[in-house]
Ligand binder design. Structure first.
Ligand SMILES: *Cc1c(COP(=O)(O)O)cnc(C)c1O
Length: 378
């Protein structure tokens, strides 16, 4: 073997789609800021986590699972899939479990996209769509969002999204409501959109914030599955169910699609504590009701508070708001952090004047508003 080694640029060896990828930038963890600033009193309103924490039923189930951690989890997730099948009145063969719904976005891309096909999503859509499409080498068609001034400014424009679809389009992604804008599309209009797609265009409707959306008219895409075989519905335990740290999400789809997703799904992708906690959390209607009520009150508190500071707020059906400062938001973001308040800057989404702020407890919301008032010089 030769000992003269040429320095390799590993990028030259990487597959084309990966070469151009930029890693996803998550919200800053509270502990990281605590370490950096030497302060203990940090609040994180940056990742749309449930401020009430973990459901008591899930917590109890978790304790019962600790003794089995030496064993591999049930790779088929049988018990959770049965519970979900009952919850959604659907055949378990229609359910695919993921390590968060992020996992399912990856499986969908792996199973259906390659460099010969295209995928569509809206400008300001959830950032993971871009990553999973790029990863496969597929071309992305990004439809413009609604214009400023529209009631759902920056949100998904179904007409523009429809126009982005061509003969090579294999997949379209829609988050309802969308993250980071919080905006939503009417359920009937969305089902009409799904119906209008050619059957070879798989339509992924991502309902990560389903429980929070309430009666705003988004509908329930699960109810449309029997009529549209090319529809895939994503749900997660990371948001209202308060289990973001355990990474459990799932897809509901035609069994033929689920079969393909399960072929690319790694063995044991979902861990045993996550399976147990999700099954228990699914039964905790009281916790969901409490979480949703807290969020509704918080949405009002935060939206009104921001507006009184002269900050524009996009309507939201999720547990967060997009705050438009109408000036570069980077300084406000940094200064909020200096005061121990973590929110999410949006420059990476092409919105340098915006912050995405998750809804916390009433006290956290108040602290964020008081701190922002100070930062903005009110
Ligand atoms: C948070 C979020 C998800 C869920 O991610 P997990 O991997 O399930 O934690 C999916 N889609 C959107 C739009 C989200 O905001």
């Amino acid at each position: 073997m030769s000992s003269d080694r040429v320095a390799l640029d590993w990028c030259d060896l990487a597959v084309a789609g990966v070469r151009e990828l930029k890693p996803y930038v998550p919200g800053k963890p509270s502990r990281e800021l605590q370490r950096e600033l030497g302060i203990t009193d940090v609040i994180k309103l940056a990742s749309n986590e449930n401020p009430l924490g973990v459901s008591p039923l899930a917590k109890a189930a978790l304790l019962g699972g600790v003794d089995d951690l030496a064993l591999y989890p049930d790779g088929s997730g049988h018990d959770l899939r049965q519970a979900l099948a009952k919850h959604h009145d659907i055949d378990p063969a229609c359910i695919t479990l993921g390590n968060g719904s992020n996992d399912l976005l990856v499986f969908l891309a792996q199973a259906f996209l390659n460099s010969q096909v295209r995928a569509s999503y809206s400008q300001y859509a959830f950032a993971i769509y871009e990553i999973v499409v790029q990863m496969t080498g597929a071309q992305a068609d990004v439809a413009p969002g609604h214009a400023e001034g529209h009631p759902m400014a920056l949100g998904h424009d179904l007409r523009a999204l429809y126009q982005s679809i061509g003969p090579d389009t294999r997949m379209v992604f829609i988050a309802n409501p969308n993250n980071p804008t919080g905006t939503w599309v009417d359920g009937q209009r969305l089902e009409d959109f799904v119906a209008s797609l050619p059957p070879h265009v798989i339509c992924v409707v991502d309902e990560a914030y389903f429980e929070y959306a309430g009666d705003r008219g988004l509908g329930d895409a699960r109810q449309w599955l029997d009529r549209h075989r090319h529809l895939v519905v994503l749900r997660t335990f990371s948001k209202a169910y308060g289990l973001a740290g355990l990474r459990i999400g799932y897809a509901l789809s035609d069994p033929g699609i689920a079969d393909l997703l399960n072929r690319v799904r790694p063995a044991f992708n979902v861990n045993s504590l996550g399976l147990l906690a999700a099954e228990a959390a699914l039964k905790d209607d009281a916790f969901i009701a409490e979480s949703v009520a807290l969020n509704e009150a918080g949405l009002t508190q935060v939206s009104e508070g921001l507006q009184s500071l002269g900050v524009r707020v996009t309507p939201s059906a999720g547990n967060f708001v997009l705050a438009r400062l109408d000036q570069p938001a980077d300084q406000a973001h940094q200064q909020l952090m200096q005061h121990g308040v973590i929110v999410r800057p949006m420059a990476g989404y092409g919105l340098p004047d915006a912050l995405r702020i998750s809804i916390g407890t009433a006290a956290e919301n108040e602290r964020m508003l008081v701190t922002l008032a100070k930062v903005l010089g009110h």
